[in-house]
Design a protein around this ligand. Structure first.
Ligand code: NAD
Ligand code: WQD
Length: 349
């Protein structure tokens, strides 16, 4: 009997890739999304890749009754992967109340409904942002690393949500959870199907590095600014742990199998990254080498709020989840470029 998984935010960047992997792993998928940062056409892309169109409910998870109706309509939901959130760091500084209401109330509604509808497991999308800037001698950062005060309301919602889940489980709630702390997800599904449309669709001017690189390479942006080359790193630019979004999606399949089917602790935490870091300059140079496309770039001043360097110790996920991110960086960057070319070919941008 196929197990049914609720994927909140499932038409989003990571949720859509995870829905593909869940379907291909034999799960039934129900997507809930309010389409505030994604498009319904993503369902077509998922169907073209997998041959299966997931059930979809356009619901705002801040609406308790509407969310409850999803559990009434799909009584066989056994697990939830909770991607739905607002995630733009800069925007969260301007709109803190929207971020706290959206990211915290949505989780509270799901947690309250889970025991009522016998939903066993919750996978929560957290972020390495909870670690802040680890001490250099503590890199790669482990799950036991101290958390640092969030530098944005967005990052604070991740910290608060992790604590809410822990407190709820400690109160005796009959649920289990696995918290996945992602590093920097990048790239897009390299579907054999030419018209499959799933990838990162940033609204407006991208904040994140990879969409800015691909849009500059496509001529949509005039020039990439590398924010700072005076950091204490080998080439002076910041270092991050860039993980292929498809590898990240596969980690969710492994985590779901664990949270549903094994006798494990009621809450577990895993770093989900590649285990090594690359600098901003390395990313640009690797992109140009992989795609043979030039990127106009210059050095500029540091971006406020950026940490200098972080990459994850992911050995716990490697050993306990039996999962490892193993896609070469050049292939990942090539997938991002092919996605950009597809957006151009389809007149999207
Ligand atoms: P995304 O914006 O592409 O996807 C989020 C989806 O949630 C969107 O489709 C949006 O429409 C939906 N959504 C937002 N609020 C909702 C609500 N109230 N009700 C229903 N749907 C709602 O973002 P993403 O990059 O796929 O990120 C997914 C999750 O992973 C987020 O929780 C994010 O904080 C986390 N995360 C992302 C990154 C990253 O770099 N992308 C890194 C670490 C953690
Ligand atoms: C990566 C590197 C920049 C753009 C953010 C959020 C984090 C998570 C992932 C949600 C940095 C440099 C970037 C540019 C640049 N999101 N850069 N020029 O900041 O590591 O993490 O996204 O959970 O919470 O903070 O990712 O892609 O913005 O930047 O030089 O135009 O690229 O300085 O070193 P970041 P990013």
């Amino acid at each position: 009997m196929k197990q049914t998984i609720l994927v909140t935010g499932g038409t989003g960047f990571i949720g859509s890739h995870t829905s593909v992997e869940l379907i291909e792993a034999g799960y039934n998928v129900v997507i809930v999304d309010n389409l505030s940062n994604s498009k319904i056409e993503v369902l077509d892309g998922i169907e073209k890749i997998t041959g299966t169109r997931p059930a979809f409910e356009q619901v705002d998870l801040r609406d308790f009754e509407a969310t409850k109706n999803v559990f009434l309509k799909y009584p066989d939901i056994e697990g939830i992967i909770h991607f739905a959130a607002s995630k733009a760091v800069g925007e969260s500084v301007q709109e803190p109340l929207m971020y706290y209401r959206n990211n915290v109330v949505s989780l509270l509604n799901l947690l309250e409904l889970m025991p009522q509808y016998n939903v066993k497991g919750l996978i929560f999308s957290s972020s390495c942002t909870v670690y802040g800037q680890p001490n250099p001698e503590n890199l790669p950062v482990t799950e036991e690393a101290p958390h640092q005060k969030a530098t944005s309301p967005y990052g604070n919602t991740k910290e608060i949500n992790e604590q809410i889940i822990l407190d709820y489980i400690h109160s005796g709630a009959n649920i289990k959870s696995i918290v996945l702390r992602y590093f920097n997800p990048i790239g897009a599904h390299s579907s054999a199907h030419p018209s499959a449309l799933i990838g990162e669709l940033p609204n407006g001017v991208p904040n994140n590095l990879i969409p800015y690189v691909t849009q500059t390479a496509m001529g949509i942006r005039k020039e990439l600014t590398i924010f700072g080359n005076d950091y204490n790193t080998p080439d002076g630019t910041c270092i991050r742990d860039y993980i292929y979004v498809v590898d990240l999606a596969k980690a969710h399949v492994a985590a779901m199998a664990r949270v549903l089917d094994q006798d494990t602790d009621k809450i577990e935490y895993f770093n989900i990254g590649t285990g090594h870091g690359n600098s901003t300059l390395e990313i640009v140079e690797t992109f140009e080498h992989a795609t043979k496309v030039k990127v106009n770039w210059k050095y500029g001043p540091r971006r406020e709020g950026d940490i200098e360097k972080i990459w994850g110790d992911c050995s716990k996920a490697n050993s306990i989840l039996g999962w490892k991110a193993d896609t070469p960086l050049s292939d990942v960057l090539l997938s991002a470029w092919k996605w950009q070319e597809k957006l151009r070919a389809d007149g999207v941008m």
